[in-house]
Design a protein around this ligand. Structure first.
Ligand code: SF4
Length: 388
């Protein structure tokens, strides 16, 4: 198989590692420990350089994560806002998640859908999925993210392809955030009308990954890490990645890995739009509090640093974040907002029949969020893609 880079890659052939010639391999080869130690050594001059250079390196990014840069978040925000305006104009893309199913056979310690949790489970029929999509398009959405738990029989490849096929005539842009699949399955989804793949690694720390993913296919770290490469090879046009902030005791360690992975994907799959989301853990069934909460100032520092490293990167902010923070970040670097979200299967047409994945912090509806975006001098964008 040959990627966009022209490098021969064997995406399916090494279940115990990541295939050569992929962004996942580039990440594995990155000296993240060296970068983490530079974070502590970085000086004011290093931060100045990172804010000034046209093409920042990962070392510059490390300087922007440093405690020294933490004293200068306003400078980072100014640079981030300038780059965002230059690259994206005055626009914010709005999208909504559509939960297909909360069935899951995996156990992940941070998730309300985890197999051990005694919750009301539901999987939507394609008719119900179409009703949910109509509820969303009626509210203006033209970009929908299909989300499901990991249950290879109930949320099967065929089921997902059927859902995409059912929605494609009505919804111009469809992405999936479901269990990871092989390239052939991603190709089927693309052919059915799916254009985006979202795969959060959750944590890039292998030991922690093993601790929080105690049962199920999601335990395979490498297979998950290689999923964006497989999606891109299959023709996905948008790639989303991220980590769940609050799992790792050191947010800077996680940030370096996310940034290195995003940068590698941008380089390897330059035809794809790459975006990053860094949800902070929220309460959910079976999940009480985040183990290591990331404060607002650090969160803003991280988002601005990512923008400065990768000016073309989509930065996604979900309704896990409270309204005040979401509003304050408009214009500073964020490019994509979910809005009016329900994390319960069937929650748009009629809520209350199944357990949501987590509690939403911004409960404003889509029209209200669009109004706030306009009031900030930005244009809400509902649609930026039409499949041919
Ligand atoms: S994070 Fe995904 S795989 Fe893990 S329990 Fe939740 S839905 Fe299942």
């Amino acid at each position: 198989m040959t990627g966009d880079t022209g490098v021969a890659v064997a995406l399916e052939s090494r279940p115990d590692g990541v295939p050569a010639g992929t962004a996942a391999a580039d990440l594995v080869a990155t000296d993240l420990a060296g970068l983490r130690s530079f974070v502590e050594r970085a000086t004011g001059a290093d931060v100045d350089r990172a804010l000034r250079v046209a093409r920042p390196t990962l070392q510059d990014f490390a300087a922007l994560l440093s405690p020294v840069a933490g004293e200068r978040v306003e400078d980072l925000a100014r640079r981030s806002a300038e780059l965002t305006l230059r690259r994206f104009g005055r626009t914010i893309h709005l999208f909504a998640p559509l939960y297909l199913s909360n069935e899951c056979v995996s156990v992940c310690t941070y998730c309300g859908f985890s197999a051990g949790n005694e919750i009301a489970r539901r999987t939507l029929s394609t008719t119900e999925v179409a009703a949910e999509a109509r509820a969303l398009t009626g509210r203006g959405f033209r970009h929908v993210l299909l989300v499901a738990g990991e249950h290879a029989r109930i949320v099967s490849k065929d089921y997902l392809v059927d859902c995409v096929q059912a929605l494609a005539p009505e919804v111009p842009s469809l992405s999936v955030e479901v269990q990871v699949w092989d390239t052939a399955t991603y190709r089927r989804l693309v052919e059915a009308g799916c254009d985006g793949l979202v795969v959060y690694q959750e944590t890039y720390d292998r030991e922690l990954y093993a601790l929080v993913h105690t049962k199920g296919k999601k335990r395979n770290y490498e297979w998950r890490l290689g999923a964006p490469d497989r999606g891109a090879a299959a023709g996905m046009r948008r790639l989303g990645l991220g980590a769940l902030l609050g799992l790792h005791p050191d947010w800077r360690t996680e940030a370096l890995a996310v940034a290195a992975h995003a940068r590698a994907l941008v380089r390897r799959w330059w035809r794809c739009e790459v975006s990053v989301s860094l949800p902070r853990l929220r309460p959910a069934a079976g999940v009480v509090v985040p183990a290591h909460p990331v404060d607002d100032r650090s969160f803003v520092q991280l988002l601005c640093a990512l923008r400065i490293l990768l000016p073309d990167l989509g930065l996604v902010l979900s309704t896990r974040e409270p309204p005040a923070l979401r509003d304050a970040l408009l214009g500073l670097g964020v490019t994509h907002l979910s809005a009016g979200s329900s994390t319960e299967p069937g929650g748009y047409a009629a809520s209350g029949a199944a357990e949501p994945q987590f509690e939403v912090a911004d409960t404003r509806d889509a029209a209200e969020v669009a109004g706030v975006v306009r009031a900030a001098g930005l244009d809400p964008v509902w649609k930026d893609w039409q499949r041919s």
